[in-house]
Design a protein around this ligand. Structure first.
Ligand SMILES: *[C@@H]1O[C@H](CO)[C@@H](O)[C@H](O)[C@H]1NC(C)=O
Ligand SMILES: *[C@@H]1O[C@H](CO)[C@@H](O)[C@H](O)[C@H]1NC(C)=O
Length: 161
């Protein structure tokens, strides 16, 4: 008689545990399903100085609005904003301009038929590296790689007059 009473108690205990825990499981399941929006990955702020060569600060006194510069970065190659991850169209040269700022990119070996197909990540890394050397004003630099021949391209940040 004792044994069957214990067995009954154990059965009730297990049933109660399962019943109590099930709302938690349901809540977690609903929460997992209710997060379809993936968080936007934070902006990459790391600087690799070797991403560029030959950076020259042309005129540090030129006042460029940083928001304009950021929009100009995404305006090269007819636009590389949003889901676009590469410079499309294989141009030998391209301009990205907005407000006060203008980027002019030219494949180092454009004369030999080289074209620009840089990824957005590499391009942004080249701009950060040049800005680390020239934090204000205009500059000229060479982005390593990002072209059909791998030799890179010159990029000039100038006032968009
Ligand atoms: C961030 O930028 C650095 C320097 O340009 C680069 O080496 C690295 O791959 C980038 N990281 C991501 C996640 O894009
Ligand atoms: C750029 O072009 C070169 C040569 O065609 C190719 O090897 C490379 O994968 C291209 N890069 C991109 C990002 O499309």
């Amino acid at each position: 008689m004792h044994i069957s009473t214990n067995a009954l108690c154990l059965t009730l205990f297990l049933f109660a545990t399962a019943t109590l825990s099930s709302p938690l499981l349901t809540t977690n399941t609903l929460r997992d399903r209710s997060t379809p929006v993936k968080a936007r990955s934070p902006a990459n702020t790391s600087v690799n100085p070797q991403a560029v060569t030959g950076t020259t600060c042309d005129d540090p006194s030129v006042a460029l609005v940083s928001h304009d510069t950021n929009v100009a970065i995404l305006s090269i190659c007819g636009g590389i904003a949003g889901a676009i991850e590469f410079c499309g169209g294989d141009p030998a040269t391209t301009v990205g301009a907005s407000g006060t700022a203008k980027f002019t990119l030219t494949a180092s070996n454009a004369d030999a038929g080289a074209t620009i197909n840089v990824s957005k990540g590499r391009w942004e890394g080249c701009v950060r590296a040049a800005q680390a050397t020239c934090p204000t004003g205009t500059f000229t630099s060479i982005c390593v790689g990002g072209t059909s021949d791998g030799a890179g391209f010159e990029f000039v940040l100038s006032a968009n007059n």
